[in-house]
Ligand binder design. Sequence first.
Ligand code: AVI
Length: 345
Amino acid sequence: MSAEALSIATGNATLPGIAADREAILRGLRAPQKRLSPKYFYDKRGSELFDRICSLPEYYPTRTELTLLTDHVDEIATLAGERAAVIELGAGSNVKARLLLDRLHAPAAYLPVDISGEYLLEQARSLRGDFPGVHMQPVFADFTRAFRLPKLPAALGRKLVFFPGSTIGNLSRHRALRLLETIAVAAKPSGALLVGVDVPKDPAILHAAYNDAEGVTAEFNLNLLTRLNRELDAEFDLRRFEHEAVYDDERRRIEMRLVSTTRQSVSVAGMRIDFAPREHIITEHSHKYAPEEFHALARRAGFVPERTWIDAGGLFSIHYLTTRRECAEVRYVSRPASHNATLRT
Ligand code: AVI
């Protein structure tokens, strides 16, 4: 098949851009605590900036997760079995998908699902030449809402939902549970979920990761306003807003904000949005889960935790969970010395 023949299936998103979400965005900006969903970060520029964040020295999640995946991919392949259909949620850069497709046992299909349509197609195109035997079907969808998966080829093995990068942390704990429930239902009867989850740690490490010295995270955050200016007829002056990211130890989450440096009134899609000096818009929460907390959440959603891998520095975790009981205990690999080696379920 030629590269041109690769088309995007529509999951639930139909329009490129954010114009379709005009009402929700205005509601968020007019609320007593102003908010914008982090899903709007990912236009083409935002996706590129996020890729740059992933290789910053301070941003440990991407490289730690990749090392964990590389170290344990053969065990993951054995668990997943033959002819797995990999459904990747929030498919960004395809480095991790490439590793999986390379080492899984004769994977049958790869369906990356993302809200950034253009970027999605580009990434899937660059993969398909290297995996001619794998059925590839990018799906344009906001996976935080219900969406349709295209028909999968016959004679498939297990559905393996791959949800890397701790993107699940960008949902509230309640919405994370709802999403896990949806995935569990979609993956049944014998599906699995391979999910990357960031863990609580020294606040100084977290602070540095979201306030990098080069200012890429700040640019990523401010790009949201550029996007509203372009796609929603807004008039934000980027010189009058600044990036801020703070760690809330009690809620175990990073809160990312855009802070108005002055009193101002901004036109957005014909509405006036007023800002007091230092008033902020919350643009993202990034929740961190200790393994035990994540297991409890996953169990409530109908998953059985089978394996948890954590790096020796205790920075990041990967969980392999199934929708049916396949073994009696969760095995931890490379747990930091301060934790027990095995947790009975
Ligand atoms: C995509 N997501 C998991 C990233 C995170 O760490 O919450 C997004 C991000 N925001 C700032 N830096 C990275």
